[in-house]
Design a protein around this ligand. Structure first.
Ligand code: NAD
Length: 286
């Protein structure tokens, strides 16, 4: 059996086309949705992510601003930058690219972003709202995975979803969003013994670990839906996921590739959240 490919490039394009209409509507009312991206230090991967986010903003005709600092920036200076962006009328979304250099208190920084502009969905208020099922900015990667499942016509209710990984950015919110759609959710993580015995129970398996090809065909059941969030380099320095695509795609019913699966959706949902923020602001101002 070979699986249906869930194409994040295609689904992302469809969603961005719809966003274009919302951007045009905002522009007619004098608003250009604006995203500020704060980059501290010279992490090469972070630089690439930031450039891609900016490019996508520009391709949609949105306003984007990059604030780039060396790692000598102090916590106070970063706090001041965030406070300035919080009150800047041309900015609707603020994103601080993680990880920050070690001398920053990441949770304090993320809490300083106005919850109204927290388009990454990392502010404790927004995390709480998400947990309660209230309307808020959803973290972009799990939000993107939910869109991939929705656009692929995959029914979630009643399914057993296993999420491997429990980070605040991906794993934890991923399980919550699946739970809200009535999946039975199991989390597995670095301290889970016999990972395969858990992952083989999954109707929907989401893997967000950061270990190249951790999940092999023997770790899944026939016909499972497999979503690979991982972004790693393989032995030939080629981009690959946490799932061994070659073997798992022979057994899964649906699978996301890496690249071209979850990655493009993360950026797309960041655009969606920024547009949502601009629409919220316009409504408040009326
Ligand atoms: P993280 O390092 O914060 O968390 C990794 C998680 O994996 C932890 O919860 C840990 O308990 C678990 N884990 C570690 N070893 C394990 C093992 N042997 N078995 C089971 N679980 C194990 O990472 P993260 O930020 O959640 O990112 C995970 C992966 O997803 C990384 O490869 C990252 O690059 C990728 N990522 C991709 C996107 C995207 O847009 N495609 C977005 C965010 C993260």
């Amino acid at each position: 059996m070979s699986s249906v490919l869930i194409n994040g490039n295609e689904i992302g394009k469809v969603i961005r086309n719809n966003l274009q209409t919302r951007i045009e509507d905002l522009k007619k009312q004098g608003v250009v949705p604006g995203l500020a991206v704060v980059l501290v230090g010279d992490n090469a991967a972070s630089k690439t992510y930031v450039t891609n986010k900016q490019k996508t903003c520009e391709s949609l005709g949105m306003h984007s601003r990059l604030l780039s600092f060396t790692s000598s920036l102090s916590q106070e200076e970063l706090m001041t930058t965030i406070h300035d962006l919080n009150t800047d009328e041309s900015i609707h979304g603020i994103l601080v690219q993680l990880p920050l250099p070690k001398h920053f208190d990441e949770s304090l920084i993320l809490s300083a972003i106005s919850p109204d502009k927290d388009v990454d969905g990392f502010h404790p208020n927004n995390v709480g709202k998400m947990l309660l099922g209230q309307e808020t900015f959803l973290p972009c990667t799990p939000f993107g995975v939910m869109k991939l499942l929705e656009h692929s016509g995959i029914e979630i209710a009643g399914k057993h979803a296993v999420v491997v990984g429990r980070s605040n950015i991906v794993g934890k919110p991923m399980g919550q969003l699946l739970l809200q759609k009535d999946a039975t959710v199991t989390y597995a993580h670095s301290k889970t013994p016999d990972l395969g015995s858990i992952t083989r129970q999954a109707d929907i398996l989401v893997v967000a670990v950061g270990i190249a090809k951790l999940i092999q065909a023997e770790h899944i059941k026939d016909g499972a839906i497999v979503i690979d969030v991982g972004m790693n380099r393989d032995e030939n320095n080629k981009l690959c996921g946490d799932v061994d695509f070659a073997s798992v795609s022979q057994k899964a019913s649906f699978i996301t590739p890496v690249p071209g699966g979850v990655g493009p959706m993360t950026i797309t949902m960041l655009m969606e959240n920024t547009i949502q923020s601009a629409e919220n602001k316009l409504r408040q101002d009326k």
